[in-house]
Design a binder for this molecule. Structure first.
Ligand SMILES: [Zn+2]
Length: 428
């Protein structure tokens, strides 16, 4: 028996919306046409003229399990992903324990198999317990299913450690994914070192805390010959360094978050800790440079840095609350409403930054709507408009700076491996 998605629209190569019907057999797309006649045995799903896109991909997510299950679990976070239209997410390793051994990675893979709603690709750490002192066994971690290596949450401070890691990653054809933060330059800040920090007399994190690490790392990556990926790029100087590195032929890719594309430090009201994340919201000029970098291809794709925390933790205020905001359930509507509807980019560009581009950067087979591809699909309603309401989130984290923002572009159905894993209205 096949499933036929009827009455959809999808983007063609020119970025036009065209009538599309798709046949799924098991977990594979077997036919795509403007009209497909269903056989008697086939199940038909009418998607009501909505957008059918490849399942979205988010390569920067914190699922908090193991060790932080009160904030999020693989089950709750991956359901939030499905609700946000994401069918593939990559989980950061700053959990307790850290996936830094073969045994821990195998445990994590099993937990994902048992509880995840979408494809979850686990990162392994670069260093044992992410302490920056001793490198993990890359070959063993690759063999047990690690997606790539990162110490996200902290920067790798020691240049030699980073260089050795990059050489080993190159030998194994794996990527080094970097949270760039030079700790001697952060000044224990909680917001960007700019107008807001001065107004409230807070310690600010200067842009150089990030850009200096990226500048170091692109040169190390050139020498090591590895694929080096920059997480959550946030400053104009960082964009310039990546642009020049690409021009020089260095194998560097970069991601940017929805919040750094849509907000700057001046948008933070009353020091609300739901606007606290690392890297922090930067200046207007930085935000403009990030959009420019995304449009000209310097920045390869968008990732949410979904980072759930409890309401109690976020109530501790700007200086004491932990860094991070949730992103999975709001990314597409926010970006569609504020970048596509405002004509900053096209719908095709946005979909590519959330599907094809991350897949290309990391050699994933996901991210395309094509015959023979895995049936990971997202249906999105581009018409209905309503405000973001954290109380409706299926993530355990309600920590968003976007509450009340009125958006269009809400995912309504998410298919993973040909199975409907989430549908609007069918409970959450
Ligand atoms: Zn990070």
């Amino acid at each position: 028996m096949a499933v036929i998605l009827k009455n959809a629209r999808s983007l063609n190569e020119e970025g036009e919306l065209v009538a599309t019907e798709v046949k799924l057999v098991g977990d594979v797309i077997t036919e795509i046409a403007s009209r497909i006649d269903a056989g008697e045995e086939d199940e038909q799903v009418d998607v009501g003229g909505q957008l059918l896109a490849p399942g979205l991909i988010d390569l920067h997510v914190h699922l908090r399990e193991p060790g932080g299950e009160h904030k999020e679990t693989i089950a709750s976070g991956s359901l939030a992903a499905a609700k946000g239209g994401f069918t593939t997410i990559a989980a950061m390793p700053n959990t307790r324990p850290v996936p830094d051994t073969k045994e821990q990675m195998e445990w994590l893979q099993e937990r994902i198999r048992q509880t995840a709603y979408v494809n979850v690709l686990p990162y392994a750490s670069i260093t044992i317990r992410q302490l920056g002192k001793e490198r993990t066994d890359f070959a063993a971690l690759k063999a047990s299913g690690a997606f790539a290596f990162t110490d996200d949450g902290v920067g790798v401070q020691n240049a030699r450690m980073m260089y050795e890691a990059m050489k080993e990653a190159a030998a194994l054809d794996m990527a080094i994914v970097a949270h760039c933060e030079e700790e001697t330059l952060t000044y224990k800040g909680c917001v960007h070192d700019g107008e807001l920090a001065r107004k409230y007399e807070l310690s600010g994190i200067p842009s150089i805390a990030e850009s200096v690490h990226i500048a170091r790392d692109v040169l190390l990556a050139e020498a090591a010959g590895c694929h080096y990926h920059v997480c959550h790029i946030s400053t104009k100087e960082s964009v310039r360094v990546v642009r020049e590195a690409k021009r020089a032929g260095i194998r560097v890719t970069a991601e940017v978050t929805p919040h750094h594309l849509l907000l700057c430090d001046e948008d933070i009201p009353e020091l609300d800790a739901n606007f606290k994340m690392n890297p922090p919201l930067r200046s207007k000029e930085d935000r403009a440079a990030l959009i420019e970098g995304l449009l000209d291809g310097t920045i390869d794709f968008i990732a949410t840095d979904h980072a759930p925390h409890t309401e109690e933790e976020k109530r501790e205020g700007m200086e004491l609350a932990p860094f991070g905001i949730v992103g999975l359930e709001t990314a597409f509507p926010l970006l569609y409403t504020n970048l596509v509807e405002t004509h900053i980019c096209t719908l095709k560009q946005l979909i590519d930054w959330l599907t094809k581009k991350p897949a290309e950067a990391f050699g994933l087979r996901q991210g395309k709507l094509a015959v023979g591809a895995k049936a990971d699909l997202t249906v999105i309603d581009l018409q209905t408009e309503h405000p973001i309401d954290p109380d409706t989130f299926v993530s355990k984290g309600k920590n968003t700076p976007f509450a009340g923002w009125i958006c269009k572009g809400w995912p309504t159905m998410t298919f993973v491996n040909g199975k409907l894993v989430w549908q609007k209205g069918r409970e959450e």
